[in-house]
Design a protein around this ligand. Structure first.
Ligand SMILES: C[S@@+](CC[C@H](N)C(=O)[O-])C[C@H]1O[C@@H](n2cnc3c(N)ncnc32)[C@H](O)[C@@H]1O
Length: 345
């Protein structure tokens, strides 16, 4: 054995375990409000953080040490203080914004909870169905995407399709297929009040959340778990196609739901077609999301388990086979998403 490679191997194991534990500690940091309490405050002693949060001293002390060791907080040995830098606060203490990352940490407990069942599925086949992940998974999915959907979907992403925007300003019918907690449909209704907006999802928990969210936003969106009817000018499918149990059949149904000239707008996780181009932290995280969620819940329903890293080539193949002329990649900047549009001719 090569001595240097052996050292690198064990370093890698500890770094990944440290990452897993840091994700758990960070989850505590957002849930307890510790990050928010430290944001913009400069260097703080343990007592000052305890005073600002009214949390238990010993827990706070250990959390501060752990987060400092993990590189989330700056620690001054001379002054015995901890500081949440502005740049880190931008991501971890920005709940509700399009750059908040706390939703990813919320995904860890529901995904790792099913790890034993996923391990069994390696031998037995099948998988863990979507509804078995429970409400905390639906909440985490919502938290991961909500900020972007509310702040970027209509103001930035949809602007890549000016003809669609023009159509919706005059009215039109929109469907968000696999709408989850409903944020996309609600954002569209807010931006285009004359449009008739529908949201469809097979998951009852998500539908209940979507209806509540529409009520809170005081907008009229028709959320339903029954298959949509009629024809639409725009169908959106966000973070959904790779999860489907019958992707080709579903895309054919979506094609049939569009008016001639209507548009399918797709958001999918940012992953390349080839594994050699996916050796980066975002894709590595997506493979985990895939194994413990996206792939397994599709396989559980007898689906193909396309997985989170389905990639552009497979997306294009499915969309073309479903009857669309072609799939156009859209030039929209994002660290985690890819965007496409397809027209029904
Ligand atoms: C990863 S979640 C994304 C939810 C939402 N679009 C978002 O971006 O937050 C995928 C969603 O697709 C839904 N879904 C899966 N198969 C479906 C189907 N055949 N018809 C409708 N919805 C489906 C799931 O219930 C789930 O809410």
């Amino acid at each position: 054995m090569d001595k240097e490679k052996t050292r690198q191997a064990i370093d890698k194991v500890f770094a990944d375990m440290a990452g897993a534990m840091a994700a758990g500690m960070a989850l505590v940091g957002t849930r307890t409000g510790l990050f928010r309490a430290m944001a913009g405050k400069g260097p703080l002693s343990v007592d000052q953080v305890v005073g600002a949060t009214r949390l238990q001293h010993r827990y706070v002390e250990e959390w501060l040490k752990g987060m400092a060791a993990a590189g989330y907080l700056e620690y001054s040995p001379a002054r015995q203080t901890y500081q949440l830098a502005e740049e880190m606060a931008y991501f971890v203490a920005s709940d509700g914004s399009d750059h908040f990352v706390g939703g990813m940490w919320e995904m860890v407990p529901p995904l790792l909870r099913v790890a034993p069942r996923v391990a069994e599925a390696f031998a037995d086949g099948g998988g863990v169905p979507f509804q078995d992940f429970g409400p905390d998974c639906v909440n985490a999915l919502d938290l991961i995407n909500r900020g972007q959907y509310e702040q970027r979907f209509t103001d930035y992403w949809l602007k890549a399709l000016p003809e669609v925007v023009e159509r919706l300003l005059a009215g039109g019918r929109v469907l968000d297929y696999g709408c989850g907690s409903g944020r996309v449909a609600i954002a569209i209704k807010k931006a285009f009040p004359s449009a008739e907006v529908h949201g469809y999802d097979v998951d009852a928990q998500s539908m209940a959340r979507a209806r509540e969210a529409a009520k809170a936003a005081a907008v009229r969106v028709a959320f339903a778990s029954e298959k949509p009817r009629g024809e639409f000018d725009l169908v959106t499918m966000c973070d959904c196609i790779h999860d489907l149990a019958a992707p080709l059949q579903t895309l054919r149904e979506v094609h049939a739901l569009l008016k001639p000239g209507g548009t399918l707008f797709i958001v999918e996780p940012k992953a390349a077609d080839r594994l050699e181009d996916n050796r980066n932290p975002v894709a590595a995280m997506f493979y985990g999301f895939s194994l413990f969620h996206c792939m397994t819940q599709s396989l559980a329903r007898g689906g193909p388990g396309l997985g989170t890293c389905m990639g552009p080539a497979k997306t294009g193949q499915l969309v073309r086979e479903a009857g669309f002329g072609d799939l156009r990649p859209l030039e929209i900047k994002s660290m985690t998403n890819l965007f496409y549009a397809a027209k029904k001719t």
